[in-house]
Design a protein around this ligand. Structure first.
Ligand code: AMP
Ligand code: ZN
Length: 471
């Protein structure tokens, strides 16, 4: 079945067809984190959404080339670097590392390329030069280089492809409120920012003097270099639609790099925000959760991933710890079913049962309808449990069911091994309890059992020995 995705460019659900004439290769760019601090799980909603897109395209047989940039130079970063009085890279690298660790915890497949803006300064300068040569950018009296929206529109290009803009309204009386007085027009945006004393040691030489790139040009330069002047998919959170993505289009198409009739990006996808009590989760509102804090509270990466994957990507939803507890219960139902299926299957292997895979794909083909996909999975769990209770499943049928789960889990990435999810310190406690029992120290063994229970785990005796199970 054909995959259909909502395209912000056309504001409609369209059939996805890659630019590649063989229909195989897909170029996908997702705007990455600004590494000035730890990312919060609102940010990770967007990256888990991008991972779902990537995994589903791979499930459909496409060869995806996934690029995610690291914004490692920008106003907030410079302010922090100054306060911390450390070199730029030393400051950003610890947040970059933490970000990659969190992505791993959330089972996101690593992007094939993760370019840093600071390593693309020559490409950024070349792109700005091209825009100046084409008459679309100018150096202002403050030394910075700006993109001229008027000139761009004057060439017949549309500024406002992803959003509807009212240019007359935008101009009235706005100029004085702009902190960049040197701009010709308030709508113009900086491509290259001239060095100011507050930048400290963060600057590069350029044909326009020392300075640093604007944020928007970074993504244009990196995506065009790594995926070509026209590529298939560009993703980000919905707050990036304007001005970031609109400006990326203006820069990349303004530079005239595309073949006639081609656009910078064929398909734009934007994920809705994760909210807290109805408000966007954000650093500025202070209503955010860091992944590490949730893990310290005993939640696992797969539970958080599951929760982030329960809502359709174009719908906002509220993050709550109750939501995470429901995610735990739902995953527990899947895990219990898989454990029983494994017992029946024994060592038998079989081809995946098509029923689950088809129902799952049928839902996701329709603009990644995850509710439909989870519906298909829980319907399957119910049916499997019924047949397991009747003892009506053969080993081959159970093996086919397990194989089907493994196929759908290549997309969901929530795994299936509760044993693997036991935190190391709890596994160590379990071992101590086994040893205490062996030594007939039942008081200690009971105390450990109670401690584990207080942490939400029960001990189950299996033929292979004791194992921990979530309460
Ligand atoms: P930043 O590190 O601020 O550049 O943001 C990285 C990504 O997280 C961007 O794609 C943002 O759109 C996205 N983002 C920021 N806040 C949220 C939120 N509350 N929910 C979902 N995505 C978000
Ligand atoms: Zn970007």
């Amino acid at each position: 079945m054909a995959l259909k995705l909502f395209n912000t460019l056309s504001r409609s659900v369209e059939e996805f067809a890659p630019l590649d004439p063989t229909g195989k290769q897909v170029g996908m760019y997702c705007c990455g984190p600004t590494v000035y601090d730890l990312a919060h799980i609102g940010n990770f909603r967007t990256f888990v959404f991008a991972d779902l897109v990537r995994r589903y395209l791979e499930f459909k047989g496409y060869a995806v080339r996934h690029v995610m940039n690291i914004t490692d130079v920008e106003d907030k970063i410079i302010a922090r670097v100054r306060a911390a009085n450390v070199p730029l890279h030393e400051y950003t690298s610890k947040y970059e590392q933490a970000f990659f660790t969190d992505l791993k915890t959330l089972e996101c497949r690593p992007a094939h390329e993760t370019p840093r803006a600071t390593e693309f300064i020559p490409e950024i300068i070349a792109l700005v030069e091209k825009l100046i040569a084409r008459g679309l950018a100018y150096q202002a009296s403050d030394g910075s280089v700006y993109f001229s929206i008027d000139k761009y529109r004057g060439c017949g290009c549309t500024y406002g492809q992803l959003v509807k803009l009212n240019f007359d309204e935008q101009r009235v009386g706005e100029r004085v409120q702009s902190d960049e007085y040197a701009k010709e027009s308030v709508a113009d945006f900086a491509l290259w920012k001239a060095r100011v004393p507050e930048d400290g040691t963060v600057f590069w030489p350029s044909p326009w003097g020392e300075g640093r790139p604007g944020w928007h040009i970074e993504c244009s330069a990196m995506s065009v270099k790594l995926l070509g002047p026209s590529f298939d998919l560009h993703l980000g959170g919905e707050d990036l639609i304007f001005p970031h993505h609109e400006d990326e289009i203006a820069q990349s198409e303004g530079a005239g790099l595309q073949a006639p009739g081609q656009r910078f990006v064929k398909h734009w996808m934007h994920g809705a925000h994760l909210l807290v009590e109805g408000k966007k989760m954000s650093k500025s509102l202070g209503n955010y959760y860091i992944l590490g804090d949730l893990v310290a509270k005993g939640f696992t990466g797969r539970e958080i991933r599951y929760l982030l994957l329960t809502a359709h990507y174009r719908e906002t939803f509220n993050f709550t710890t109750d939501g995470l507890l429901s995610a735990r219960t739902a995953l527990g139902r899947i895990d219990d079913c898989l454990v029983k299926l494994r017992e029946v299957a024994g060592g038998v292997e079989a081809a995946p049962d098509a029923t689950l895979v088809q129902a799952f794909g049928g839902a996701l083909d329709h603009d990644l309808n995850v509710s439909g996909a989870w519906g298909a999975i829980f319907e399957w769990v119910r049916e499997m449990n019924r047949q397991l209770a009747d003892n009506s499943l053969t080993a081959a049928q159970a093996a086919a069911a397990l194989a089907a789960w493994r196929v759908v889990d290549t997309v969901l990435g929530v795994g299936a091994a509760p044993e693997a999810e036991v935190p190391a310190e709890l596994a160590a406690l379990l071992e101590q309890r086994v040893a205490a029992r062996k030594a007939k120290d039942f008081k200690k063994a009971d105390a450990i059992r109670d401690e584990l229970k207080a942490k939400g785990w029960v001990i189950e005796d299996t033929p292979k020995g004791a194992r921990l199970k979530r309460l």
